[in-house]
Ligand binder design. Structure first.
Ligand SMILES: *Cc1c(COP(=O)(O)O)cnc(C)c1O
Length: 412
């Protein structure tokens, strides 16, 4: 089998998408207060300049290699493959990166951009705390002052990450509004940015928000897919049949998917949080009950009631627990290029312990959603098929929570 790119590639990954205003078809755009329009235009202009600048790219590559730990391995999960009795399963090991998840790819890229723009301070929102830790780490590395907004409920659920951020010198501000989780933290970060935009850059943590964030964040993460493509070609001499990744805002998934979008033979599945099941306020599966709307700067699929009020969401994993999904995923969904499904809390918890015991890898609860889908897909595919699962992060942050949920006893 050959791995050549088709001579007239379909345009799923195309330089005309998003358009100049950040639209992916009917999705995306820039829905912000007027005071943020100019800062976003400046950010966009500087980002495109940096992307063309070999010195910037070289600095980024060097730090990705020496500080972050890239490239990550593409690991053949042999025992798991045998147990599932179907397709060969490969894991893209983003869990091995510095700070424990893919988020540092984007945090570092935006940090270098902020430095280039002469900013002295960075701010970020965080849910599970992984993006907050990545941002605090980059702030320490590059010498920025740093403030992280985190819902008060999430601060309690993810106390370890709050300590890590403080250890790294960041100020952590608990947000007590509303549901006290990620959505409210984003609101506070936006408010801070509007007020301090002259010296502050907002390092948004996923492929979401107003243009240029979705395209910029995707481009900082596409290294995941670029590496995976090279690695599978080296190892198997052909492209994979199926890619699987979990989808919160959508950054790790689009990072893996993007370099394969024009390869018609590569199927892709994004896995959302099914929570307790698809009932109102019991999940965060935007493609299973969401509808078109505008939230926090962009137009996409959103979980909202018939009056446009944002619905409460639930997931065992804080990183997937968000009412909206990135606009490029919304477009890929409607274009039929990527399939979106969900894993429930219970399926994710099962995948978490099963991967730990079969392969000696404790995944993040977010990543466990992708692993759960792999358990369903691999046995249905023949032994000649190849699956790549994006293991977006490691599960250290989740171990205490899972131990409680599955009733592990401390030895006395
Ligand atoms: C934040 C996070 C996610 C979800 O965010 P995406 O932007 O959808 O990738 C998934 N996995 C891990 C480990 C995370 O920390």
């Amino acid at each position: 089998m050959t791995s050549t790119v088709p001579s007239s590639p379909p345009s799923f990954a195309s330089s005309s998408r998003p358009d100049a205003e950040g639209h992916f078809g009917p999705f995306g755009g820039r829905y912000v207060p007027e005071t943020l329009v100019y800062p976003l235009q400046q950010l966009e202009a500087e980002y495109w300049r940096a992307q063309q600048d070999p010195a910037f790219q070289q600095r980024l590559s060097q730090l990705l290699r020496e500080f972050v730990g890239r490239p990550t391995p593409l690991y053949f999960a042999e025992r798991l493959t045998r147990e599932l009795g179907g397709a060969k399963v490969y894991l893209k090991r983003e869990d091995l990166l510095h700070t424990g998840a893919h988020k540092i790819n984007n945090a570092l890229g935006q940090g270098l951009l902020a430095q280039r723009m002469g900013k002295q301070r960075v701010i970020a929102e965080t849910g599970a705390g992984q993006h907050g830790v990545a941002t605090a780490t980059v702030a320490a590395l590059l010498g920025f002052r740093c403030t992280i907004y985190m819902g008060a409920v999430d601060c309690e659920r993810q106390a370890l990450n709050v300590y890590r951020m403080k250890m790294l010198g960041a100020e952590v501000v608990p947000v007590h509004a509303g549901q006290k989780t990620l959505k409210e933290a984003v609101n506070e970060a936006m408010r801070d940015w509007v007020t301090h935009v002259r010296d502050t850059h907002y390092i948004l943590g996923t492929a979401y928000g107003a243009h240029p964030y979705p395209v910029m964040v995707r481009n900082f993460h596409r290294i995941i897919g670029d590496e995976a493509r090279r690695q599978i070609l080296e190892r198997e001499n052909r492209l994979p049949d199926l890619l699987i990744a979990c989808v919160g805002g959508g950054s790790n998934a689009i990072g893996l998917f993007y370099p394969f979008l024009n390869d018609a033979g590569v199927r892709m599945i994004g896995v959302e949080a099914g929570g307790h099941g698809i009932l109102p306020e019991q999940h965060a599966a935007r493609f299973h009950g969401g509808s078109l709307g505008v939230l926090q700067g962009t137009r996409s699929y959103i979980l909202q009631d018939e009056h446009g009020q944002i619905q409460l969401t639930h997931s065992v994993s804080a990183g997937l627990d968000y009412a909206a999904v990135g606009p490029e995923h919304a477009w890929l969904h409607d274009a039929g290029r990527v399939d979106y499904t969900y894993a429930t809390d219970i399926e994710a918890l099962n995948a978490f312990t099963r991967l730990a015991r079969t392969e000696g890898i404790i995944p993040a609860l977010e990543s466990a959603h992708a692993v759960a889908e792999c358990f369903k897909q691999a046995p249905k595919l023949g032994a000649d098929k190849l699956i790549i699962v994006n293991l977006s992060g490691r599960g250290d942050k989740d171990v205490a929570q899972v131990a409680t949920k599955i009733g592990l006893q401390m030895p006395m």
